[in-house]
Ligand binder design. Structure first.
Ligand code: ATP
Length: 348
C-alpha cells in the first residue's frame, strides 16, 4: 500500500518510515513547515530548518521520495492563535491536541488521501479494527503513550491512519533507526511545546499579544493578598511565583478573566470531582451513563475512576469518584475504558 509518513525529523517518525519500508510499502515522506523560527531556535519536533534537513536526510537514507508542505497558515490559525487566546482567557491550553486534529489528521491526511495513500505518524498509540469499527488504544510503552493527545480522532480518520511505532518501546524504536543507520538515531527527545522551544509560555503570549494588565491576587473570600502581572502567567494548582511573601502555602484555585483576578488558597480548593466537557468528541460512541471509566485530566495524569454524564440537551460532564487535584480549564479530559480511548473534551 502507499503510505505518507509525517516526518518531523525526530527518531520516532524516522523509525516509522523505516518500518513501513521494511514491510514493503510504498513510502512517501512529508514534513510540514509549521512555523518560521527566528535566529537559531532549536526545536525538537515541529520542524526548525535543522529538523527539515534531518527528515530529508532520513528519507534519502531510506531511498524514499520526500516533500516539504507549507502549513504555516493553518498552524497559526488553528494552533498558535487559540493557544494565546486561551491563556488570555484564564485557561491553560494544550496545543498538541489541536495540531493533531486540524493539522496532521486533517490538513495532512487530506493530502495523503489525494495521493491515494494512508497517513502514518510516529505517535505512540495503537489502532485496532474490531468488527469493522476502529479502536484507538494506548501505546504498548506506557511511559511513551501519546493516546491522550489523539482523542479527537474518529472513525473517519482512523481507517486511514497508521501508528507503526505504537507497539514498540522507545529502545526498540531507536534500535530500528540504528539498524537502518538513520541520522536521527540518537536525536534527543523534545519535551516542550514545539513553537515555544524555551518553555517560556508567558513570554510567548506577551510577544504575540503585548504586555498584559496586572491584577489582584485574592483569597477565596475575595480579600486582596497581592498583585500579579497578568493572569496568563498562572495555572490552577500553581504554587510558585505568587509573590505573597511567607505564611501559609497557597495554590492557584482558579483564574477569573472577567475581573482579571487570581484566586489562591489551600491545596484542597484546587480539587474538583465534577466538571463540564466542552466540544466533546467520541472516537466511536459515548460511554453509557452506568459505565465505569477512567479519566485523565492532563497528559501526565495517571487517570481517575469516574463516569460520563450526558444531559438531555447534550451537555457532557464528568463525575469522578473522588475530587482530583488541579482540574484545569483548557486542558483535555480524556476518557478511557482500560486501554481504549473512548473520547474526551475540554475541561471548563
Ligand atoms: N512538522 C512536522 N511535519 C510532519 N510530521 C510531524 C511534524 N511534527 C510532528 N509530526 C508527526 O507527529 C508525530 C508526533 O509528533 P511529536 O511532536 O509528538 O513528536 P515525537 O514524539 O517527538 O516524534 P518524533 O521523534 O518523530 O519527532 C511525529 O512522530 C510525526 O509523525
Amino acid at each position: 500500500m502507499r503510505v505518507v509518513v509525517a516526518m518531523s525529523g525526530g527518531v520516532d517518525s524516522s523509525a516509522a518510515a523505516a518500518l513501513l519500508k521494511e514491510q514493503g510499502h510504498e513510502v512517501i515522506g512529508i514534513t510540514l513547515r509549521v512555523w518560521s523560527y527566528e535566529g537559531n531556535a532549536k526545536c525538537g519536533s515541529c520542524c526548525s530548518p535543522d529538523d527539515i534537513d534531518d527528515a530529508r536526510a532520513v528519507a534519502q537514507t531510506l531511498g524514499i521520495p520526500f516533500y516539504v508542505a507549507n502549513a504555516e497558515e493553518i498552524f497559526q490559525d488553528r494552533v498558535v492563535n487559540p493557544f494565546v487566546q486561551s491563556y488570555l482567557g484564564g485557561k491553560t491550553p494544550i496545543p498538541c491536541v489541536a495540531c493533531n486534529r486540524d493539522v496532521k489528521f486533517n490538513f495532512l491526511l487530506k493530502r495523503a488521501r489525494a495521493l491515494g495513500a494512508r497517513l502514518a505518524t510516529g505517535h505512540y498509540a495503537q489502532v485496532e479494527e474490531v468488527d469493522g469499527r476502529f479502536h484507538l488504544r494506548r501505546a504498548a510503552d506506557a511511559a511513551k503513550d501519546q493516546s491522550y493527545f489523539l482523542f479527537t480522532l474518529g472513525q473517519e480518520e482512523l481507517r486511514d491512519v497508521l501508528f507503526p511505532v505504537g507497539h514498540l518501546t522507545k529502545a526498540e524504536v531507536r534500535a530500528v533507526a540504528e539498524r537502518h543507520q538513520l541520522p536521527t538515531t540518537h536525536k534527543p527527545e523534545s519535551m516542550e511545546i514545539c513553537f515555544v522551544p524555551d518553555g517560556d509560555y508567558a513570554g510567548f503570549v506577551e510577544k504575540v499579544a503585548g504586555p498584559q494588565p496586572s491584577g489582584e491576587v485574592v483569597d477565596p473570600e475575595g480579600n486582596v493578598l497581592g498583585t500579579h502581572n497578568g493572569i496568563h502567567r498562572f495555572t490552577v494548582g500553581q504554587r510558585k511565583g505568587l509573590n505573597l511573601g511567607g505564611g501559609e502555602v497557597r495554590y492557584v484555585q482558579r483564574l477569573e478573566p472577567e475581573t482579571n483576578r487570581v484566586v489562591v488558597g489551600p491545596a484542597e480548593g484546587t480539587g474538583r470531582a465534577q466538571f463540564g466537557l466542552l466540544q466533546p468528541h467520541w472516537v466511536d460512541a459515548p460511554p453509557p451513563p452506568d459505565q465505569a471509566v477512567e479519566v485523565r485530566i492532563r497528559h501526565r495524569h495517571a487517570g481517575a475512576p469516574g463516569r460520563v454524564h450526558i444531559s438531555p440537551h447534550g451537555l457532557v460532564s464528568v463525575q469522578l469518584d473522588a475530587p482530583a487535584r488541579a482540574v484545569t480549564p483548557g486542558q483535555a479530559a480524556v476518557v478511557y475504558d482500560r486501554d481504549r480511548v473512548l473520547g474526551g473534551g475540554w475541561i471548563v
